[in-house]
Design a binder for this molecule. Structure first.
Ligand SMILES: [Zn+2]
Ligand SMILES: [Zn+2]
Ligand SMILES: [Zn+2]
Length: 206
């Protein structure tokens, strides 16, 4: 299971040299300010700006040449499933990489951290618990689509969680802001996305 529109940025800290990992989700850009990536040594490593039409800029103080570099990405590039290396444009030296991490472990924690003081979700604590439960269901192979696929993306909204089948784009929406939403999900051992079977695809002319 993957959460849609997320990526991880790995960059070396210009001060202490540590290779740091920063989890980034579309909702990282939902607040008033843009995400700043910090090292555990407290040095600010990079900043990410977003402009209209989903253009992203990564501002990074290069530890090799000590200049600030600006890397630009389209939304498609930033949220791509294909990892890409980041290298110093002057020296060609590898600085880090950007790309998805496929395991959800540690991610929920990072999401929780990023959500502190963020008002994206109506009920952030509840969303986390629901994601946790979804992860359990998925781990037991209980999350699938009618079309037979187990490849499910998760899209997060302030008041709901959308499960999307990657094969047929069938969708299942779970409301996620009140206690009953969580209780209902806790009782489920499986979730089936109403997807499109082969016959339906033929009718749709796909
Ligand atoms: Zn550092
Ligand atoms: Zn450089
Ligand atoms: Zn499907």
């Amino acid at each position: 299971m993957l959460i849609n529109r997320e990526t991880t940025i790995n960059l070396k800290c210009p001060t202490c040299g540590l290779l740091t990992a920063h989890y980034l989700h579309a909702f990282s850009f939902s607040g008033a300010s843009f995400p700043r990536l910090k090292c555990s040594c407290d040095q600010e490593i990079a900043q990410i700006l977003k402009e209209d039409k989903e253009q992203y800029f990564l501002l990074y103080l290069c530890p090799v040449c000590e200049e600030e570099h600006v890397f630009s990405f389209s939304g498609e590039e930033l949220w791509s499933n294909v990892p890409r290396g980041l290298s110093c444009p002057d020296t060609g030296e590898q600085l880090g990489k950007i790309g998805p991490q496929n395991s959800l472990s540690g991610k929920l924690e990072t999401i929780a951290e990023q959500l502190q003081g963020d008002d994206f979700f109506l009920n952030p604590e509840l969303v986390l618990q629901m994601l946790d439960r979804l992860q359990e269901i998925a781990a037991n192979k209980g999350l699938s689509c009618q079309c037979g696929s187990f490849e499910v993306h998760v899209d997060l909204f302030p008041d709901r969680i959308k499960l999307v089948c990657r094969e047929c784009t069938g969708e299942l929406i779970l409301t996620a802001y009140q206690k009953e939403d969580l209780n209902r999900l806790k009782k489920r051992i499986s979730l089936l996305i109403p997807g499109y079977t082969g016959a339906q695809n033929r009718e749709k002319g796909l």
